[in-house]
Ligand binder design. Structure first.
Ligand code: MLT
Length: 241
């Protein structure tokens, strides 16, 4: 039976219970990095390069990449887009090459250094993700991006939803306390998700910054049924990789 566990912030990945490399890491940053990435892949971009050091983005810009960059919720001055799913939904980015750097999401992607595969999850692709995870049938470590090394309500709710989906039969065992806790949290929220999550710190932060217009899109389950994979430093559509 394969196992599933949840790292509530990226830094816990190094202390994970799942031994060795034979696991799939699912990185999530609901507000908004992995939602943005899923939507961009669904829009048919050629590739997405996650970049932790913003200073490296200028090189990508010189090489014709579109730049998606955000710090503390706000779009970076030189960027073509902030980390806003709505901006990308309304943009013509098919076949574009994108470089992305965000406050927490791209760092979380860089932390996951021992996984066999790194998949990118969000509410907008959750069923396609779970179906892919069932097909692969490997151990799973869900890595929540959080906010500056701290717990994120919305990322943990997503982890609980994935755990509820996958531990219902005998394919995956979720005995980890983080799985139990995230599933309990999901049970509280699932019937009125947007209202429940409206009390989260980052939800409130985005609206107070005047960039809350994308937030509802981040909680629309299965609106973009594609599964991005990070492989060799490049994010592609898993089904096409
Ligand atoms: C993050 O990387 O923490 C978020 O994506 C930041 C944001 O877009 O608000």
């Amino acid at each position: 039976m394969s196992t599933i566990e949840v790292c509530l912030v990226p830094e816990l990945y190094q202390y994970r219970k799942t031994a060795g490399n034979n696991h799939i890491a699912v990185v999530v940053d609901i507000l908004r990095a992995t939602t943005t990435i899923v939507i961009a892949v669904a829009q048919g971009v050629q590739k997405i390069i996650p970049v932790t050091d913003m200073n490296k983005l200028s090189e990508f810009k010189k090489n014709g990449y579109l730049i998606v960059s955000e710090r503390d919720g706000l779009q970076s001055d030189f960027a073509d887009f902030g980390n806003s799913p709505l901006q990308l939904i309304n943009a013509n980015i098919k076949n574009a090459a994108i470089a992305i750097s965000t406050t927490n999401g791209t760092r979380a992607l860089s932390v996951v250094n021992a996984a066999d595969k790194i998949l990118i999850g969000a509410f907008v692709n959750i069923s396609a993700l779970c179906s892919t995870l069932r097909t692969l049938n490997q151990n799973i470590v869900i890595v929540c991006s959080g906010w500056k090394y701290r717990f994120s309500l919305e990322d943990t709710l997503f982890a609980g939803a994935v755990c509820e989906n996958l531990t219902g039969d005998n394919q995956f065992a979720g005995n980890d306390d983080s799985v139990i806790a995230s599933m309990e949290l999901w049970k509280q929220a699932k019937n009125d998700l947007l209202n429940y999550v409206s009390s989260s710190e980052h939800y409130q932060r985005l609206y107070s910054l005047g960039v809350g217009e994308s937030v509802p899109y981040c909680f629309e389950l299965d609106s973009y049924p594609v599964v991005p994979v990070l492989e060799g430093g490049t994010i592609l559509n898993y089904s096409h990789h």
